[in-house]
Design a protein around this ligand. Structure first.
Ligand code: PMV
Length: 329
């Protein structure tokens, strides 16, 4: 048995969002979701098992130790994985590296938990297939489930632990599709996705409608992907994001992830589209929108965005690969 593994996982952008858990412990979502895995946003994590040393647990980012308090979520997830595979008595060392500095606001839990889960499982359960890996990764962070595969991915919601996993739709798409994250320099008071989802589920009168619509968006999005229909992908993704964010604005108390700058950016995308430059936006649980477009429009979109937001970072990327093991000893 090897005691060390290093895994690489790429972040993903949800085109049909996961928003709401019907089981918080098992992380079972109300709706299925669809994402694209991203090339330039990734996490590389190494995991070393320390047999018989449960009291020894360390977590570092880029070699710098993370405080025990900030490591809590990582430790309880890794303990859950070890306990699931008969390693209750073992300790470990974890070191993680992100392609993007955390300060740019794109440190994604999807790549972080997929890389972490992937490295731990490679050591303690190397026999698992990708479907089962995605089930165990799901327990770290819902969105991470989809980072197990590259390209376009579906997370099948399922009604029980065994039925809630990722499926590849197209791991190596030939579709001309680029995504640019617009990192607006604003600091924003955060409502975590966990708290936000719970509030929307418990108080928004639109939540039921959201779940119905999102579940209907999944087959439409899969058909658009299979038909290489950029326009349909963009339209479904944008409308789906609008619906998700409506649940926050109708929660009690209402809240929003959109800042003034986010709204200006969305307006810019809509104006560009009206002028014939086809592009669409989507937004997760934060203020930084993502813009979907095709190569022929990339220069124009970058120019327009930079002239409106000279201080913002414009990070453009395309499809990336699924979870991979890059070293094992
Ligand atoms: O994986 P979490 O718990 O951080 O949830 C992410 C939820 C969204 O990013 C808003 C949507 C999604 O499907 O990724």
């Amino acid at each position: 048995m090897s005691l060390f593994a290093k895994a690489e996982a790429h972040a993903n952008l949800a085109l049909v969002k996961y928003w709401g858990k019907k089981d918080e412990r098992l992380i079972l979502p109300f709706n299925s979701s669809v994402s694209m895995t991203l090339k330039d946003l990734y996490t590389i994590t190494s995991f070393r098992l320390l047999p018989g040393q449960r009291e020894r647990k360390t977590f570092a980012i880029d070699g710098k130790p993370v405080s025990p308090k900030d490591s809590q979520r990582v430790f309880s997830y890794v303990d859950f994985l070890l306990d699931s595979f008969g390693h209750e008595g073992d300790g470990y060392e974890i070191d993680s590296h992100n392609s993007m500095p955390a300060s740019v606001g794109l440190a994604s839990s999807s790549s972080a938990f997929a890389a972490l889960g992937g490295a731990v499982l490679e050591v303690v359960a190397p026999e698992l297939d990708k479907r089962d890996i995605s089930r165990f990764v799901r327990r770290g962070s819902g969105s991470a489930t989809r980072s197990v595969y590259g390209g376009f991915v579906e997370w099948v919601r399922g009604d029980a632990d065994s039925g809630s996993y990722a499926l590849p739709i197209d791991e190596t798409p030939s579709l001309d599709l680029e995504v640019a994250f617009l990192l607006l320099s604003e600091t924003h008071k955060k409502v975590s996705s966990r708290v936000g989802m719970r509030l929307c589920k418990e108080t928004s009168p639109l939540f039921k409608a959201w779940v119905t619509e999102a579940n209907e968006d999944v087959p439409s999005m899969v058909a658009a992907i299979k038909g290489s229909d950029f326009t349909a992908i963009g339209k479904i993704a944008e409308r789906n994001a609008i619906m998700m964010h409506e649940t926050t604005q109708t929660a009690d108390p209402p809240f929003t992830y959109l800042t003034t700058k986010t709204r200006v950016a969305i307006g810019l995308v809509e104006d560009l589209r009206k002028s014939g430059c086809e592009c669409y936006w989507t937004l997760d649980a934060g203020p930084n929108p993502a813009i979907l477009f095709q190569k022929r429009n990339s220069a124009k979109i970058e120019r327009m965005v930079k002239s409106k937001f000279p201080n913002a970072t414009f990070l453009s990327t395309t499809f990336g690969p699924g979870l991979g093991i890059i070293e094992e000893r």
